[in-house]
Write a protein that binds this ligand. Sequence first.
Ligand SMILES: [Fe+2]
Length: 194
Amino acid sequence: MNSQEFYIPLNLPDISKDVPATLVDALNENLKKFNLGRWVDFSDSPIPEAYSNFFYTLGLTPSNRKTELFMQSGLEKHPIHLDGDPSNPEKFRPCAINFPWGGKTIMEWYHYKNSTVKFEDFNGHLYTQVDERDCELLHRAVLTGANLVNISKYHTVFNASVDRRYCLSVCCEENISYQELANLCHKYGYVRQQ
Ligand SMILES: [Fe+2]
């Protein structure tokens, strides 16, 4: 299957040092207290400039409320999920620019064969989770650097490392599809050749 249906490497810089330390600290504190709660949004924090400018260049608006910083412990795998409820497009994240650091990022995309889904509410952000036993693997990839990722398909990330993993995931306000954003990345010369 064509990997470009799932992700596209982009020429965008390492912003791991530009993520506000307060956000990383908040996630590390959560981990100590609850042993979970591994993400925080950017509602009160600035998105690293290189990534907000990327969206402005494409004629789009970077979204603080849809931009998230994730953290994963070593060898942790997220449940298979969608980022939001697809029937609520205003809050749904169909695509994002992800930049991971620390750990090793293995992203997987799935076809969900059933119709019942479970909604998990994390601090007002809804996630659509499904049982792995009802899923069929479509694609698996090791991701490094910045990538446009298709998260309109069910997906998960496995941190194949004992180190803690972080991932900045930047989204725009516009209700744009993965394919539309992919076309813009090609048009404006952001696609990284591998
Ligand atoms: Fe996700």
